[in-house]
Ligand binder design. Structure first.
Ligand SMILES: *Cc1c(COP(=O)(O)O)cnc(C)c1O
Length: 230
């Protein structure tokens, strides 16, 4: 089963081409293998292929994988995070990509403070405005950042968004561009706990456009490790 290596090579080539088009350096683009639809064995193969970033969206389902493979990679929590699940993920996941409310920020900070852990977070922004998507509206983010600025056990590493699935990913370019502009703006404002280096955007169908527009983390499931539930 070498398909993950082939997929990864193909994706890295596409990233290199997108970087050329966007005037970027491929090393700035980190690929997260989203393993929520695949087994422990396939997750292990992704790590064997040299992928270091692993993304999961359900704390409970992913726990056995983390227990077996946790020290081999950097783990990213990418799904909606219930406040009462913070204890189950803190210290295991280096990044939470779905920070979208004050109660969650407070709990991540509180639990982090108890155990001396700083969790890196992306604030999830609902750029597209779809009702089914989680995330803050773009015009709510600034106030949110101000409210959580004193929290020392979370670091706001950047912003995250999800674009709707469309046939022609070119249609989603404006979403990725808007997230980048928002990030640049907040980075300039210099919130104490918010270095804002990162843009978590782009999935299997639209990552090339996201890379052209500045993505530093792309979250790829199907196109990289497949979907064993189909
Ligand atoms: C499942 C998921 C992905 C990966 O989706 P693919 O289309 O399979 O690449 C990326 N980001 C989030 C937040 C997800 O839930």
């Amino acid at each position: 089963m070498y398909f993950i290596e082939d997929n990864y090579r193909h994706i890295r080539e596409k990233i290199a081409q997108a970087c050329k088009r966007g005037g970027r350096i491929p090393d700035e683009v980190n690929v997260i293998a989203v393993t929520k639809y695949v087994s422990m064995e396939t997750t292990q193969k992704a790590l064997d292929a040299g992928i270091v970033h692993i993304g999961e969206s359900r704390a409970q389902d992913a726990l056995p994988k983390w227990e077996a493979l946790g020290d081999r990679g950097t783990w990213h929590f990418i799904g909606h995070l219930q406040t009462n699940k913070v204890g189950a993920i803190i210290g295991k996941y280096s990044y939470v990509h779905s920070l979208d409310r004050l109660s969650l920020a407070r709990e991540l900070d509180r639990k982090g403070n108890q155990s001396g852990i700083i969790t890196r977070c992306m604030v999830q922004v609902n750029i597209s405005g779809e009702e089914t998507k989680h995330g803050l509206a773009p015009d709510q983010v600034q106030e949110f950042l101000r409210e959580i600025e004193a929290y020392q056990n979370i670091e706001i590493a950047g912003l995250m968004t999800m674009a709707p699935y469309v046939e022609d990913p070119e249609e989603t370019r404006w979403i990725f561009r808007a997230l980048r502009e928002l990030r640049d703006d907040f980075r300039k404002q210099g919130f104490a706990n918010a270095p804002m280096h990162h843009l978590s955007m782009g999935m299997s169908n639209d990552y090339e456009i996201a890379v052209e527009e500045g993505a530093t983390f792309i979250r790829i499931g199907t196109a990289l490790v497949g979907n064993e539930r189909e």
